[in-house]
Design a binder for this molecule. Structure first.
Ligand code: 8YV
Length: 331
């Protein structure tokens, strides 16, 4: 008798090639409508599945994990960040958690660089002029932005994405500074010509551009607090392609409104998908650039992420340790 395939519930619609492979390998329960699952639907899925494939839009908290059935042994996240999953609760219940590191590094670093340029050089406001039909011609003092060459970039979180951003930023003539829990290897620092700041406060006070590239964990929640944001120079800009929760968004908005900061480029928000009216107003005024969590949104990236999920599922189902198991020390 053929062995029954493991039941794998996927909470959102994934690229076609990924879904096809999942159907071949597993009893894949796919989401053709792409409507996020309700809590009840998630709970039902977790009660009957062998593995769950959630995304950043699913909140897999302790309460939900407690409703999991005996069968559920793996949460194979489609995405790198796992702050929407109570990993400790899952592990305590004997459920392994995996993620998809590495494959979205370059795309996210590209988008971070794009936001730096967009904010400093007013690309979004400029791009709206011609379609509006209101361009009357060039002027020496119009649409002036800020030169990025020679400026200081302070990267918070020098992991894969922080380092990929540093490589790009150096090519644009920015000097690289970083704050990280641990100083990175000397060889990496040398290669990136990066200056380590043990004190985040001291780094903040001296940078022209700050980019948040660390994961959201209990230790990084509101790392850029109201107090720390006040340390920034009034002509500084703040970029975030990591997680909204790392910045006190209310305090950031207040400072932008008061012109205590030059601008911000945000791809992530504290209460996604909700974005405050105040931030939206600042965007309409061309003072901030807001993107709808697009950092890793490339066809290639999403296929690579799906393939990572499949490798994690398959290895686990075959009785081995999956390559991207999230271990408590790492989150
Ligand atoms: C993903 C991300 O698109 O991987 C991450 O941590 O933030 C995004 O780039 C998202 O997580 C998919 O679940």
């Amino acid at each position: 008798m053929p062995k029954t395939k493991p039941v794998v519930v996927v909470t959102r619609k994934l690229p076609a090639a990924v879904e096809t492979r999942m159907r071949e390998l597993f009893d894949a329960r796919l989401n053709s409508t792409d409507q996020p699952m309700s809590r009840t639907e998630l709970s039902q899925a977790m009660a009957g599945a062998d593995a769950l494939v959630p995304t950043v839009t699913d909140r897999i908290d302790r309460e939900l994990i407690e409703t999991a059935g005996e069968k559920l042994k793996l949460i194979a996240n489609f995405g790198n960040g796992v702050d929407h999953i109570d990993v400790a609760a899952a592990i305590a219940r004997g459920i392994a958690v995996t993620n998809t590191p590495g494959v979205l590094t370059d795309d996210t670093a590209d988008m971070t660089m794009a936001l730096i340029l967009a904010v400093a050089r007013r690309i979004v406001a400029g791009a709206a002029v011609i379609p509006s039909g209101e361009w009357s011609g060039w002027s020496p003092t119009w649409m002036l932005g800020t030169r990025i060459t020679g400026k200081r970039l302070g990267i918070i979180g020098m992991g894969r994405i922080g380092q990929a951003l540093a490589r790009r930023a150096r090519a644009f003539g920015l000097s690289i500074h970083y704050h990280n829990r641990r100083r990175v290897a000397g060889a990496i620092e040398d290669q990136l010509e990066a200056t380590w700041w043990d004190s985040l406060d001291q780094m903040l006070a001296r940078m022209d551009i700050i980019s948040v590239n660390c994961p959201h964990t209990p230790a990084t929640y509101h790392l850029l607090s109201a107090r720390r944001l006040k340390l920034l120079k009034p002509d500084a800009i703040v970029i975030n392609t990591a997680r909204g929760e790392v910045i006190d968004e209310v305090a950031l908005t207040r400072m932008l409104e008061a012109r205590e900061l030059a601008g911000a480029g945000l791809d992530v928000f504290e209460h996604e998908p909700a974005v405050s009216n105040k931030l939206m107003r600042l965007a309409r005024e061309g003072r901030v650039t807001l993107l709808p969590h697009m950092g890793s949104a490339t066809n290639e990236g999403r296929i690579d992420m799906g393939e990572k999920v499949i490798i994690n599922l398959k290895t686990f189902m075959d009785g081995h340790s999956p390559p991207d198991r999230v271990v408590p020390e790492r989150f």
